[in-house]
Design a protein around this ligand. Structure first.
Ligand code: SF4
Length: 72
């Protein structure tokens, strides 16, 4: 699994941090960063990504396919 954060899109809601506090944190600008790629179970990390109101967390599977947000 690979995680990307679109830092331009992040609006500092921090719901990702609330759901996966060992994986995401806010930097000193209040923008999400990855703290530890393996901080939480993949299911929790996916839930955190789904909680982001602006879809700023992009998740890819090991084959490089985008899992979240779902492609239209
Ligand atoms: S939930 Fe989305 S907008 Fe909120 S801090 Fe995390 S990445 Fe940023």
């Amino acid at each position: 699994m690979r995680i990307e954060i679109d830092r331009e899109a992040c609006i500092s809601v921090a719901s990702c941090v609330a759901i996966a506090p060992n994986t995401f944190e806010l930097d000193d600008k209040g923008i999400a960063v990855i703290k530890n790629l393996k901080g939480e179970d993949e299911k929790i990390i996916l839930q955190a990504a789904q909680s982001c109101p602006v879809n700023a967390i992009i998740i890819y599977d090991d084959a490089g396919q985008q899992i979240h947000p779902p492609k239209k």
